[in-house]
Design a protein around this ligand. Structure first.
Ligand code: 5GP
Ligand code: MG
Ligand code: MG
Length: 178
């Protein structure tokens, strides 16, 4: 796999440490509340698995899938729910768990959508944030790392469905795209 990696932007150790910190913070903030983690497939699956285990209160978990980038590196701006939640979120405190916030279109749409379903609160936890690319203003409540405007893969995040199993966040060599 190292043959495809250009540069490691966030190491395995740094991810592990930051996820633990986020878990401690979320545990404090949600004590006594009915917290439901909503992971956005597929990119947030690995982050969700680690984050959930770093939270020390009972939580429920569900997943949604939305269409965003497809197999290209360009945002379409179109948000479509491909897989919806299995359960009602009325009265629940929702924490959306996402891999990357880029333009903000996806999370802007999802926050609105889940709020309209009668959730008691809707907050956002994203592993990565690319603030340079923001088009809509979305409040990010929990953030792992700020990264530059570069296409990244690893720790759940793909290029054409590959590289999700890299244990760190990295950029890819040019030849991967050609
Ligand atoms: P937004 O709606 O904020 O523009 O898009 C966010 C989504 O686009 C992320 O959740 C992620 O799925 C995808 N995305 C944004 N930047 C990258 C990137 O560098 N690499 C990959 N693989 N996906 C990205
Ligand atoms: Mg995503
Ligand atoms: Mg993708």
């Amino acid at each position: 796999m190292k043959d495809f990696v250009k540069e490691v932007l966030v190491s395995e150790e740094n991810i592990e440490k930051r996820v633990r910190e986020l878990g401690i913070q979320i545990t404090e903030d949600y004590k006594g509340k009915d917290l439901m983690l909503v992971g956005i497939l597929k990119g947030a699956a690995i982050f969700m698995a680690d984050l959930a285990r770093s939270i020390d209160i009972p939580v429920t978990m569900d997943f949604m899938a939305v269409s965003s980038y497809g197999n290209t590196t360009q945002s379409s701006g179109v948000v479509r729910i491909v897989k919806d939640l299995d359960t009602s979120i009325e009265g629940k405190d929702i924490l959306i768990v996402e891999d990357i916030i880029d333009t903000g279109l996806t999370l802007g749409y999802l926050t609105d959508n889940l709020t309209k379903r009668g959730a008691r609160s809707v907050r956002i936890c994203t592993l990565l944030d690319k603030p340079e690319r923001r088009k809509v203003n979305v409040p990010v409540d929990y953030r792992g790392f700020i990264i530059p405007d570069e296409f990244v893969v690893g720790y759940g995040i793909d290029y054409a469905e590959k590289y999700r199993n890299l244990p760190y966040i990295s950029s890819l060599k040019e030849e991967v795209y050609s």
